[in-house]
Structures are given as C-alpha cells and as structure tokens.
Design a protein around this ligand. Sequence first.
Ligand code: SAH
Length: 266
Amino acid sequence: MLDQIRIVMIQTTHPGNIGAVARAMKNMGLNDLCIVSPKRFPDPEADARASGATDILESARVVASLDEALEDCHFVVGTSARGRHIPWPITSPREMASVAASLQPGKRMAILFGREDRGLTNDELHRCHHHVHIPTNPDFSSLNVAAAVQVIAYELRVASIESASVTAPQWGTDWDIDLADAREVELMFEHLEKTLVQVEFLDPNNPRQLMTRLRRLFLRSVPDKVEINVMRGFLTAINKTVASFSSKQTLSNDQHPPSDKEKPHV
Ligand code: SAH
C-alpha cells in the first residue's frame, strides 16, 4: 500500500524542507516523491537534511506542472492548515490513511503539500477529492511542511500495518470498474465547462463559483472510468444537438433575415 502513495510538494522554497520530507518519507516506508517547480533543487542543504535518505531525493521527479505530478493518480488529497472560502470534504489524517489502505491494487493516491508561505492555491485544492487537515491549535495551525509530511506519513504507515491483516474494500464492496485517473477527470471538467458555455449556462466573463461547485459535486463521488465516459458521451450529445440546432437557426435566418422589428431587444 505504501508504494501506491505519491507525495507531491508544490513550489517549495527551502531545499532543507525537501530533504526533511525525504527523511520523513523513508522513515515511514514511502518512496514516491514528486516536486513541482521547486525554487532550489537539487541542493546541498536538501542532502544534509535528508540525513541518509538521499536515495529518495535522487529518485524524486521534478516536474513543471501539477498535471504532470498527477499523472497515473486516481485519488488526490490536498493538505491544508486552514479552511477555505468554499468548504470541501475534509478528512482527518487517520481517515485519509484508511482510504489509502482500501485503494484498489495498482491505483495511486497523490497527497499535495503547499508552499511554505501560502500553502496550496484554490485551483490546486479544487483538483482534490478530499482535503486533509491535521488537527492543530486553531490559534497556531500551520505546521512546517516537512512536519506535516511526517504526521501524514506516520498515519499511512500505521494504516498499512493494520491493513496487512484486514483489507476492507472501498465503499464496503468490491468495485466493478477502475477509478478514473486525474487526467480523465480533468478532461471531463474541461468538456463540461465548454458545454456550459455553449448552452449559455456559464458566462465566461462572469463565471462566479459555478465550476468550483460542480468540481466539488463530481469529486465527492470519486467517479470511475465508465461514469466519466458516460458524462463525456452525454456532453458530446449536447454539443451535437446544440450545433445542429444553431446551424438550422442560421439557415432559416439566412432565408428570412429578421426585420428590425423582429430583432430581440438587447
Ligand atoms: N500559511 C500557509 C501554510 C503553509 S504550511 C497557509 O495558511 O496555508 C505549508 C504546507 O504544510 C501546507 O500547504 C500544507 O501542505 C502543510 N500543512 C501545514 N499545516 C498543516 C495542517 N495543520 N494540516 C495539514 N497540512 C498542513
């Protein structure tokens, strides 16, 4: 199970923190580290703080975007020191670890850790199925990023030891279809957004929180591949119907151009 977990650090500023994360990971038996656009890495300070976990640093992948970091991931969790404007399903580190322990074999979970000064952006948090908050003193809630990785990694280790004897399937039953991966889910959201603009339900000049709320709705259900395909088929059917409807409209408008009297008031 620990091999199914990817730790993703986003735009980390201090290389020492990356080294400390590698150490925390190796202590707890995690090995998949991905770093998105770090300020300084590789760096001697990272090696020093890793104190012997340099193999994790050497095999760490450095990528330029979150999309690359989430490649092959089916479940995405964002860690956050504070609540956000639009609340998202929040789990404790322990609950998150039990979800990880019940992942289907071959499926991967990514856990995102934010910048030292600003944490994760809203867009990054809106890519996640769940958010995890480590219960801290509400008046002083922000942990050092490597300390946060340590707590999460410890819970994963405990859950992996416990799940070695009992493996409860996710949702209490064996699922018939593979979970959709992060890329498939993202393409569905792009398609949904375009379709909502096409049917004029979403105003691109004033999108408000519509896509955020729809993301939350879909991500709450952790869709599988067939469910995502059904959504894509449904959206394509809408696209075709709207396109053929508007080409018929254009034809009839061409034949009978509306007089000034018939034009809608705008
Ligand atoms: N000032 C930032 C905190 C950044 S701490 C903010 O308010 O968001 C750097 C990172 O450590 C966070 O992005 C998160 O990944 C992790 N972290 C720190 N404290 C945490 C907590 N209490 N629960 C979960 N993650 C936490």
